[in-house]
Every structure is written in structure tokens, then in C-alpha cells.
Design a protein around this ligand. Structure first.
Ligand code: GLU
Length: 318
């Protein structure tokens, strides 16, 4: 019997849900529903400085409001709520130990300023780590608290993305040894996401294209930890008319703000489905009505501009 499809939506509860989150949530939901699978909701609240309980509640309320119900969360206490990474730190530590047993982890004492001098890579100012601490460390640095880095091979990791096709990355050249635990003891997203997706039995990951360049690192972790990797599909990002990625800074596009202005959930869903190429024209729709139209092939690969037309549709002028 074929394995049941299990997808997930894994937001970071660091602010309100905006149109960009709703976009990935809808597509992850549709992918799973189209195959009669299950959707897991997981709050990626590892960073205690940025995660907020009110954002967890807001995200849940917004998902309910949009009609994007999930099937599984709660695990720990058995309630119908999201899994929280905050409660799973022991699992990440155990995985880290398994990597340490393979002698692939070393402490890194580099400061932010020192790291900023290395070559940039990927989104969000990430840097290619030059390996400064891989061969031992100068005595005067030892007073600092180290982060822990995982040594990567000079090997090209290749995978076939459901939207972008074949993606290749040479970990040594294009990424460098990467952090698996920060100097403040917080496990890195890369490690936590792999442990969670593996232990939650996720078969299909669908998420924003900003994470496309993280996937080779995650695939390497799957291999080292002996887990089967899921299939990956990355979807383009929603951007404003200046090409700036929609984010928490676009307050007017928060799902809650739209709802307060009287925008119906079906309009938001219809707009997102149209942007994904699933609906031929801009019209209100319920998520269930477009399940049968879901097709990864229709999703464009370029960033998607949320234009004036979209605004007019949402505000009822179209
Ligand atoms: N927590 C990440 C975010 O909100 C998503 C992680 C993932 O889907 O792998 O950007």
C-alpha cells in the first residue's frame, strides 16, 4: 500500500500571519488535500527572543478563519493544537549528539563581525563559512561561548524540487560548515526542521523558495541521521510592486488586518489560488473548491507580484 501523504505547515510565531504565510499555508494544505493526506501544524518557536504566544494564537485563528484546517498538532498533550519546537529541544540535542559521535561537529568561536567578513550566500545575509575554527582555535577566543558547526563535504548535493526542478549545491563551496547549535544554546533551524520532519513522518514538504538554498544542508542532515528525506517543493515568494518580499513589515497585508477591514476569507483564498495559476480569473473561492485544481506544474517559478489589481479585488473594487 502506498504511504499516506503527510505534509506540514511550519510557521515561526514571530508576528502576525501575512499574505505570504497564507500563500504557503494554502498550497501546503492543497497539496495534502488533493491526495487525501494529513497536514501537521508545527510552530517553529525555537528562538525565545522572537517567538510570541499571541502570534501562535493569531496564526491558529487565521488558519481557522481561512478554512485551512490541520489534522495533527498536539502530540505532547494530545490536544488539537500545534506542535511546538520549544517542547522538543531534547530531541534536537539527541540528534546533535549523534552528529558529534560521528566527529563532524566542532565549536566555532567566531564573532558576528568576523563572520561578516566572509563571502555572502543565499538569503538573509547568510555567509559561506571559511572554516576558521575547523582546525582548532586561538587561545584568546576560548573565553567566548561557542556555536557548534557541522563539517560539510566537498560534495554536490542534488535533488529534484517539485517546482524548480533539479537543484544542485556544493556544500563546501556554496555554504560551508554550518551552525547546528547557536552560541546561546538554541538549536539551529536546519537541525530542528530535519529532526521534526523526520520524526513526524512528513513525506512532502512544501514551503517558500527562500528556503530552497537550505534544502541541500537538510538533505545532508537526513543522511547523517539515517532518516528518509521527504520530497520537496518550494513555491515562489509573494512580493510587492517594488519587488520586496511580503513580510511582517507589510502590516496592511496581515490576514487579521484584512479581516478587520471586512475582506472575506474566500477573497483571500481566491486571490492566492489565482496567483498560483490554479484559477483562471480573480474570484472568491473556498479552499475545498480548488482542491481538484491543485497542480504543482501550474505554479510559476518567478517571484509573484501582488499588484494593484490584487488590492482592488480584495477591497471590493473589482
Ligand atoms: N519556520 C520557517 C518560516 O516560517 C519555515 C520553515 C520550513 O517550512 O521549513 O519561515
Amino acid at each position: 500500500m502506498a504511504k499516506e501523504m503527510r505534509g506540514r505547515f511550519a510557521p515561526s510565531p514571530t508576528g502576525q500571519m501575512h499574505l505570504g504565510n497564507a500563500w504557503t499555508a494554502l498550497l501546503a494544505w492543497l497539496q495534502v488535500r488533493a491526495q487525501g493526506g494529513s497536514l501537521v501544524l508545527r510552530m517553529e518557536d525555537l528562538d525565545p527572543d522572537r517567538s510570541r504566544e499571541e502570534s501562535v494564537q493569531g496564526l491558529e485563528a487565521d488558519l481557522h478563519g481561512l478554512g485551512l484546517e490541520w489534522d495533527e498538532g498536539g502530540g505532547l498533550d494530545g490536544v488539537y493544537g500545534p506542535y511546538a519546537q520549544d517542547a522538543r529541544r531534547d530531541l534536537y540535542e539527541a540528534a546533535l549528539q549523534r552528529l558529534q559521535e560521528q566527529h563532524l561537529v566542532y565549536p566555532c568561536y567566531c564573532t558576528r563581525a568576523e563572520l561578516a567578513a566572509s563571502a555572502p550566500h543565499g538569503e538573509d545575509g547568510e555567509r559561506i563559512y571559511s572554516g576558521t575554527c575547523s582546525g582548532g582555535v586561538a587561545e584568546n577566543k576560548l573565553a567566548r561561548k561557542p556555536s557548534l558547526r557541522l563539517e560539510v563535504p566537498a560534495e554536490e548535493i542534488v535533488f529534484e524540487d517539485g517546482v524548480y526542478g533539479f537543484v544542485r549545491q556544493n556544500l563546501r563551496q556554496e555554504c560551508g560548515d554550518f551552525v547546528v547549535r547557536r552560541s546561546d544554546g538554541v538549536h539551529a533551524y536546519q537541525l530542528a526542521v530535519v529532526v521534526d520532519d523526520a520524526l513526524m513522518g512528513i513525506t512532502h514538504v512544501l514551503r517558500g523558495a527562500d528556503l530552497l538554498s537550505s534544502t541541500p544542508r537538510q538533505l545532508y542532515l537526513y543522511r547523517l541521521l539515517g532518516y528518509d528525506a521527504p520530497s520537496f517543493s518550494h513555491v515562489p515568494l509573494l512580493v510587492d510592486e517594488e519587488g520586496v518580499r511580503l513580510s511582517k513589515r507589510h502590516g496592511a497585508l496581515a490576514v487579521a488586518a484584512l479581516r478587520e477591514r471586512g475582506v472575506r476569507a474566500e477573497k483571500i483564498i481566491g486571490l492566492l489560488a489565482w496567483l498560483a495559476g490554479l484559477l483562471p480569473s480573480l474570484e472568491a473561492a473556498k479552499p475545498q473548491e480548488i482542491v481538484g485544481l491543485f497542480d504543482l506544474e501550474k505554479i510559476p517559478r518567478q517571484d509573484i507580484i501582488v499588484s494593484e489589481t490584487a488590492w482592488r479585488f480584495l477591497s471590493g473594487h473589482l
